[in-house]
Ligand binder design. Structure first.
Ligand code: BGC
Length: 866
């Protein structure tokens, strides 16, 4: 049968509300017949119809879309066998460019002046009565805030999402959300619209310096309810001074780092309400319909054990480190009874909660009970934790669950193999991702950071894109990257900036690998999802950035040295968290190597982007720049015969992975590198810039044996050491816990920067998919791809898949004791795969499931990749 599935509008299968004038449509084709090809697809949206064979990011090109309108999308396809299939979805336009009739409101009498804390939560309400005698056709609530808001109608939450309006670079970009509230309004002739607004990122304390009031003096709310009646009339009720406000909320305080203080005795009816005041904002962002992958609830964890620690607190273990909240219920509470829940990633040796590494983040819930039975879950905060301590209640009267909160991205990848430690590593990578893809790509979910560190996602994006459909998530974040670029071309270290973002001393500075996110992330997203628009929209940003990098590099030298990026290393992160040197200053001191390689990489990547966009002149120019930088690296840092003058792992990894060695030095370089790795007993010695690529640098240059020895090593530092120590996520520091389960890291200049949930070194996930399983896109969106597993490490079977825009691609192989290798691959319609077997044979296949048999010998994998 022929099928058409996974029809999306702006990368959402259902429920898309958009302010895009040219929304993008994608769909996949399925077939049970070999050699199926799509002859034509008719795509219809209202009066617009087009005939195409493009299945990915097809932009609507019809007449101007109307605001507040539901549009049907129909797709009919025909294949080369004459078969047909069709599917349908809808999307809705948001406000498009309709001006708001609502006004920003706040509590003008609330003077919030304290430093380093979050403001008192505000509650706003108004009672709305739909026009009597009319039939409601539909009703929508459009809302946004300075701060985080949560709306209820007659006491019921209007959505299951968290942290609206989302974290963006507020001075430029602000999202509003659209809620279908038709049923609420039909159900009663009186609706109480109520919103709690807390400080969140815009007003609350954020970043490790705990800055507050970065975007606004105090919280503010903007909301508009539009009730459409079946007679064609519309009521519009916007926020204005007819709304009431109080700061006497049961949510006594809410802070992203510190948690929530909630008093269930507080009755809003008895609060002191006053008329809301019209608020003048000091920023003027563009307010667009939500284009993010919104944060919502995912896995629910039951406690695996409860113990009482020596200090009398109850300690619960959820068995998994994650980002989220607890939901608890309490029986037989006394009015005024106070329950305190604290969160942490690890326990102390005596079994109590270890909160040392949270730094200033209190990460706690203080809940004052009303009498009797009740339940509670915070709405305006989240924590990174596996354990909680609970005081103020008996174990029998308390039920608790852990709820993972992260962005709504479809999980598209899977990986499993015959080695359980590697499977646990994959699970840790998944949890590292889930815990740090919380509206923006964060570094960690637990301490006083949770910021959009650019370097972390720059290296992790390829792995994230194997595991999740990152389209909406990264598209949103990249709009802020673009918005935050400085005039000089530098990209802040954290995006959105919100209190901290630049190297403190030089805001215009370009920072290698961290700033590189503006080039690397769009490129990776394009490769995995195939939407050129992301490259087009980031192109100018990328060019300005590479220009800035070249400017800073060339300030410090002439000749070859013009391309050696030698900025004072305190301004760079260098080989960040490299475990072979103990001090932060030593990681930074490696920046001439990491920065120079970064310039080669961004210039080369930009050249490829230029090729895709058809800018041949630019492409030639950036290729030439990349070549000059490579040449300089080799001339300055090596003996010209493949040996580094100053040897360390990252300094070999980068030029080997990036193809910077001349062909005649490459093998010598890899054998020097392999010697270095062997002499370090296959333990890892790389920081952020080297870790993602180290196994590729070995395996693709003829040493998969060394790559596997490193991957499977479980001595510290290594990926599997963390697994051996019982990690359920990826750690920030390779030596986060010693063999006794204690943290051995002393004063290394980082202010106890020790997180047990950082995804950066989980970037090895891309190697599991693309080399161990062998799945690699050779053109955007896997229109063409290669399946070339690297057999080794004693693995007897491997299975991996990822769902591309065209459908699922998969590789699954087995190896028996006689050396018989059997590989099965799935190839979606409209794509082609090149299958390379261990015996060197190459096979071209189109859609369907294909099985190949080959023999594997010890030398099978040793060839060098182009
Ligand atoms: C963060 C990192 C980040 C780094 C850069 C840390 O505090 O947690 O992941 O990239 O700072 O210096």
């Amino acid at each position: 049968m022929l099928g058409v599935e996974h029809l999306t509008v702006e990368n959402r299968e259902a429920g898309c509300v958009t302010d895009e004038h040219h929304p993008r449509i994608s769909f996949a084709v399925t077939s049970d017949l070999a050699e199926t090809s799509l002859q034509e697809a008719r795509v219809r949206i209202a009066d617009w119809e087009t005939t195409t064979t493009n299945q990915v990011a097809l932009a609507y090109a019809g007449a101007g879309l109307q605001a507040f309108t539901q549009y049907p999308v129909d797709v009919e396809i025909r294949d080369n066998y004459g078969r047909t299939a069709s599917t349908h979805t809808t999307f809705e336009t948001g406000r498009l460019d309709t001006p708001w009739q609502a006004q920003w409101i706040s509590d003008g009498s609330y003077r919030f002046t304290e430093k380093k804390v979050s403001p008192r939560p505000m509650v706003f309400y108004r009672v709305v009565r739909p026009t009597a005698g009319k039939t409601i056709a539909r009703a929508r609530l459009y809302a946004t805030a300075m701060g985080l808001y949560d709306f209820t109608i007659n006491g019921e939450r209007v959505s299951e999402y968290y942290f609206a309006p989302g974290f963006t670079s507020y001075k430029t970009n602000l999202q509003y959300q659209t809620y279908d509230v038709t049923d609420y309004l039909r159900q009663s002739n009186e609706a109480r619209l109520e919103a709690t607004v807390t400080g969140g990122w815009a007003v609350g304390s954020f970043v490790f310096t705990r800055k507050n009031r970065v975007s606004a003096q105090r919280q503010a709310l903007l909301a508009e309810l539009r009730i459409d009646y079946s007679d064609g009339s519309t009521d519009i009720i916007g926020t204005d001074s007819s709304w009431q406000v109080t700061i006497d909320s049961p949510v006594r305080s809410a802070d992203l780092y510190d948690g929530e203080v909630y008093d269930a005795r507080v009755q809003l009816d008895a609060a002191s309400w006053r008329a809301a005041s019209i608020e003048k904002l000091r920023i003027h962002p563009q307010i667009r319909a939500d284009y993010s992958a919104r944060v919502c609830e995912h896995e629910v964890f039951e406690p695996q054990f409860v113990k009482r620690s020596d200090n009398g607190e109850l300690i619960y273990d959820f068995g998994q480190n994650f980002a989220g909240i607890v939901r608890f219920s309490v029986r037989d509470a006394r009015e005024g009874q106070v329950i305190t829940v604290k969160h942490a990633e690890i326990l102390n040796p005596d079994g109590s909660l270890n909160t040392t590494f949270l730094r200033t983040a209190k990460a706690q819930i203080v809940y004052t009970c009303a009498a009797g039975e009740q339940s509670y879950a915070p709405c305006f905060t989240y924590m990174g934790f596996r354990y909680i301590s609970v005081s103020g209640i008996d174990v029998d009267a308390f039920d608790v669950q852990g709820i993972a909160l992260y962005s709504e991205m479809e999980e598209i990848g899977s990986f499993a193999c015959s080695n359980n430690a590697l499977n646990q590593l994959h699970s840790n990578i998944m949890w590292g991702s889930k815990s740090n893809l919380v509206d923006i790509p964060t570094d960690c979910p637990q301490r006083d950071e949770r910021m959009g560190w650019t370097g972390d996602i720059a290296v992790f994006a390829p792995t994230a894109c194997f595991n999740f459909d990152m389209s909406r998530f990264l598209d949103k974040w990249l709009r802020d990257v673009k918005a935050e670029q400085t005039r000089g071309g530098g990209i802040p270290n954290t995006v959105p900036v919100q209190g901290y973002g630049f190297p403190a001393t030089m805001p215009q500075m370009a920072i290698d690998w961290w700033g590189d996110a503006c080039v690397l992330v769009p490129w990776v997203l394009y490769q995995s999802r195939g939407d050129k628009e992301i490259l087009r929209s980031m192109y100018v940003t990328m060019k300005k950035y590479v220009k800035a990098c070249l400017f800073w590099a060339s300030l410090w030298g002439r000749g070859d040295k013009r391309y050696i990026w030698n900025t004072p290393s305190v301004l760079h992160f260098g080989d960040w968290v490299a475990p072979d040197v103990p001090q932060m200053s030593q990681w930074q001191a490696r920046s001439p190597w990491t920065a120079t390689a970064s310039l080669n990489n961004t210039a080369r990547t930009l050249a490829r982007v230029a090729e895709v966009l058809g800018n041949d002149e630019d492409a030639a120019q950036y290729h030439a720049l990349a070549n000059r930088v490579a040449q300089a690296y080799i001339n300055v840092f090596t003996d010209g015969q493949g040996k580094l003058i100053n040897e360390f792992q990252t300094a070999y990894v980068l030029p080997l992975y990036l193809g910077m060695f001349p062909e005649n030095q490459r093998l010598a370089a890899v054998s020097n590198f392999a010697r270095l790795v062997e002499s370090n007993d296959y333990k890892i010695g790389t920081g952020f810039p080297g870790t993602p690529y180290i196994l590729f640098a070995l395996a693709d240059n003829g040493r998969p044996d060394v790559a596997y020895s490193m991957l499977l090593n479980d001595a510290c530092p290594s990926w599997l050491y963390e697994v051996k120590q019982g990690a359920t996520t990826i750690w920030e520091r390779w030596d986060g816990l010693d063999e006794n389960g204690e943290c051995p890291i002393g004063d290394d200049g980082t202010d106890i920067m020790i997180s047990y949930n950082h995804y950066a070194s989980g970037a090895v996930g891309a190697f599991l998919y693309s080399r161990v399983a062998g799945l690699e896109a050779t053109s955007a969106a896997y229109k063409t791809f290669r399946v070339q597993p690297i057999v080794g490490g004693g693995l007897t079977w491997v299975k991996a898949s990822t769902r591309t825009p065209y459908g699922v691609v998969s590789s699954s192989w087995t190896l028996d004791s006689n050396g018989t290798f059997v590989l099965t691959v799935d190839v979606p319609v409209s794509t082609r795969a090149e299958v390379v077997l261990p015996d060197g044979s190459v096979h071209e296949v189109s859609n369907g499931t294909h099985t190949f048999t080959s023999t594997f010998t010890a030398n099978s994998n040793m060839e060098v990749r182009a």
